[in-house]
Write a protein that binds this ligand. Structure first.
Ligand SMILES: [Ca+2]
Length: 342
């Protein structure tokens, strides 16, 4: 029995061994499979590591290339920016220079325009003075000045005046009128048989024969002048002028014979209305009397402003106060020169 049991046990053991062996063999196979897998994995891992290292190298190379590219590009950009900045500076300098040149040119242009304007004006003045560019006499009848000469003068409203300077001098305008001259213009007269001077004769107004001693038209001539200028006269006889107190004194003195002088004052306003004051007797005293005014026998329509207030008064200028006002100078206050009273 025991033997059978043992045999059973042995058989069992054998069976068990067989089972165990089978199990072991199966386990060993599994180990082998696992080992193979491990080897494969290790191999894969190794390959991965290699790949990884390659990738790192590639990455490093790329990084290096990028860095190089960046550095090169950056340097190129910096270089380009510097070039652009340099160009910009040159352009800016050029523009500033051009602006300066433009400003200079503008200034020169303005100066030239100003000079051109001044020259044009001077040319016009010269043309008027010389009569060039003003040819009215050629368009007028030759008889316009009779035996006198027509002289162009653009400054005059008439654009001409008559010059009778070619005629022999006489005592005064009345003397010319008495020999038949009826032309208004510039004549020569003698003073005290010594001095010959030019005067403007009005041979048509109120019977003619008038020697014009003063003409004021448009205010272009300064009449605020000193004693000597009023003594000797100033202005142009065909324009605004004052004949001069010394000349008026001598002319009125030498006209004392036979009948003395008359004075006619003509006034015209801006509207063209005229008025006159006529004095049947007129003369001036000599410089010792300060060219004392003698004027009487008023007639006319302008009102008597001379004989009523100024007759018998000495002449005054801003530098010779001969008026009867002890407080002030009427010439300075009135900005003129006259036979002021007070
Ligand atoms: Ca005074």
């Amino acid at each position: 029995m025991v033997k059978v049991q043992l045999c059973l046990v042995i058989l069992l053991c054998l069976i068990c061994r067989k089972l165990v062996l089978t199990k072991i063999t199966q386990t060993g196979k599994r180990f082998l499979v696992i080992e193979k897998k491990i080897i494969q994995l290790e191999s894969s891992n190794h390959n991965l590591i290699l790949n990884n290292q390659n990738l790192i190298i590639i990455y490093q190379n790329l990084l290096s290339k990028i860095t190089n590219l960046e550095t090169n590009s950056n340097q190129n950009l910096i270089s380009r920016i510097k070039n652009l900045e340099s160009s910009n500076r040159k352009l800016t300098t050029s523009i500033v220079n051009q602006i300066d040149e433009t400003a200079t040119l503008n200034l020169s242009n303005q100066n030239l325009k100003s000079k051109d304007s001044t020259l044009s004006h001077e040319i016009e003045v010269l043309k008027r003075k010389t009569g060039l560019g003003c040819k009215f006499c050629q368009q007028l009848p030759k008889s316009i000045c009779g035996e006198c000469s027509c002289i162009n003068d653009c400054e005059l409203q008439s654009k001409y005046y008559c010059s009778c300077r070619n005629l022999s001098p006489k005592r005064d305008c009345l003397a010319f009128h008495q020999v038949g001259l009826r032309i208004n213009g510039i004549y020569t007269v003698t003073l005290n048989h010594k001095k010959v001077m030019e005067v403007y004769c009005d041979q048509t107004t109120d019977g003619g024969g008038w020697t014009v001693i003063q003409r004021r038209v448009d205010g272009t001539t300064n009449f605020y002048r000193n004693w000597n200028e009023y003594k000797n006269g100033f202005g142009k006889y065909q324009h605004e002028f004052y004949l001069g107190n010394e000349n008026i004194y001598i002319l009125s003195l030498q006209a004392m014979q036979p009948k003395g002088s008359q004075l006619r004052v003509e006034i015209k306003d801006w509207a063209g209305n005229t008025a006159y004051a006529r004095y049947g007797s007129f003369r001036l005293g000599n410089e010792g009397t300060k060219y004392q005014l003698h004027v009487t026998e008023y007639s006319g329509n302008a009102g008597d402003s001379l004989s009523s207030e100024h007759n018998g008064r000495p002449f005054s200028t801003y530098d010779q106060d001969n008026d009867s006002n002890n407080q002030l100078s009427c010439a300075v206050k009135g900005h003129g020169a006259w036979w002021y009273s007070s």
